[in-house]
Design a protein around this ligand. Structure first.
Ligand SMILES: *Cc1c(COP(=O)(O)O)cnc(C)c1O
Ligand SMILES: [Zn+2]
Length: 413
């Protein structure tokens, strides 16, 4: 079944066949939405055909993806997705809401949400016989591409800012990618990756620029849908989902996933999506507050490196993910982000700053009355705390160094 019909520009709405374009709209630079043949999918599949599947990875959703099976079933490529969702009653009580869950994307093979996009990109690269995939990255997208590429023997080139946390750089190098650390910002790396792809004929994975990243990221929405079939009842209020936002591609992907399900008639009620940005990297939230779709660049300064972006590559769709679902954009400062790492840690979840940002946003949303006590809430932790232990150590008091005596233990208890 060929379910991949082509693309549609998110700005001018012009449609393209799969062969006509590769990245963004040639007229206005708009992000391209992948068009799926919903009628053909509906004819062949019912929700049960998906929910009864035994693959515990994002590949269980192959009928809803614009790629074919890339092979490599026994490699890390087949461990992407199907991440756990935890109930957090202690934190719910503390926040004054009835039900709270956290979907933990740190359980992905390279420990962040970005594996979803990179897995689909690697599959797409195989289909179009791309020899080399290149990406710019603050760290996680590169680690994900490097890891997924290594799993199937694909060549990958990564440009990351030289300021990327050392654990992320270590991942890039260990996975055997060609790594170049750019003396500049993430936005500089983005531009360089596009230029290098043009010059050397590489396939560019850049977040948002490549329409397939959203198609991978949308699988998190499919998992939330399957989970909600069991966790929520019809009398429950609408689910509210909290996502941290940098380029805006994760939130766009989650929105696209829910939209696919609504179009298929498999999801009755669109969840409400909240986007959380750092005060020091607020380009999309600024546009939301100004009630415009015109995104203006900022000069990003946040210690949540994964969401530190001057000019978001997927800003307009990220705005619509919120405005079309009745959500809001919420801003949090770095102190609140660091404090949220410690809060999540106390219930057994270790998040990197950008991952904890979603939880910091929930705290703020409740404090301003944007979320009510009866709203079921799901927070997404997008990345592992092991990615940036420097930030984690700022969230907690130092451990005392003691002589190996019981007296010292007693003194320090
Ligand atoms: C990339 C990333 C984000 C933000 O995703 P965008 O698509 O850039 O909005 C959030 N958290 C982590 C851990 C990430 O790696
Ligand atoms: Zn266009």
């Amino acid at each position: 079944m060929n379910k991949f019909l082509g693309y549609q520009c998110s700005i001018c709405r012009k449609k393209y066949t799969p062969k006509e374009v590769t990245y963004i709209c040639p007229y206005d630079g708009g992000n391209l939405n992948v068009l799926l043949d919903y009628e053909a999918i509906k004819e062949k599949y019912q929700p049960d055909d998906i929910t009864c599947r035994t693959e515990n990875s994002l590949w269980r959703y192959l009928p809803l993806l614009p790629v074919s099976n890339p092979g490599g079933e026994e490699t890390p490529l087949y461990a992407v997705g199907w991440t756990p969702t935890f109930s957090l009653p202690t934190l719910a009580k503390k926040l004054g809401i009835k039900r709270l869950w956290l979907k933990d994307e740190s359980a992905n093979p390279t420990a962040s949400f970005k594996d979803r996009a990179s897995a689909i990109l690697v599959a797409r690269a195989k289909e179009i016989n791309a020899e080399v995939i290149v990406t710019a990255s603050t760290g996680n997208a590169g680690a994900a591409l490097a890891g997924m590429s290594a799993a199937v023997g694909q060549k990958a080139v990564i440009f990351a800012p030289k300021t990327a946390p050392v654990a992320k750089v270590a991942q890039l190098l260990i996975f055997g990618a060609e790594v170049m650390l750019v003396d500049g910002t993430y936005d500089d790396a983005v531009e360089l990756a596009v230029k290098a792809a043009d010059e050397f004929g590489w396939y560019c994975r850049n977040t948002g620029y490549n329409p397939f990243t959203v198609e991978g990221k949308k699988t998190a929405a499919f998992e939330i849908w399957e989970w909600s079939l069991k966790a929520l009842s019809q009398t429950d209020k609408t689910l509210t989902v909290f996502v941290s936002v940098g380029d805006g591609n994760i939130i766009s992907g989650i929105h696209k996933g829910f939209k696919d399900l609504v179009a298929l008639g498999w999801l009755k009620e669109m969840p409400c999506i909240f986007g959380i940005q750092a005060e020091g990297s607020a380009a999309i939230a600024n546009a939301f507050n100004a009630k415009t779709e015109e995104i203006l660049p900022v000069s990003a300064t946040t210690s949540a490196d994964s969401i530190s972006v001057d000019m978001p590559s997927d800003g307009v769709r990220a705005l619509r993910a919120v405005t079309e679902t009745g959500g809001q954009y919420i801003l949090v400062d770095d102190d609140a982000i660091i404090a949220a790492i410690a809060e999540l840690g106390k219930v057994g979840v270790f998040a990197e700053p950008a991952g904890a940002t979603a939880y910091a946003g929930l705290e703020k949303a409740i404090s301003i009355g944007a979320v009510g006590a009866n709203d079921p809430v799901l927070v997404i932790n997008t990345g592992s705390g092991l990615k940036d232990v420097g930030a984690a150590l700022r969230a907690v008091a130092e451990a005392p160094i003691i002589p190996p005596t019981l007296e010292a233990v007693k003194e320090n208890l």
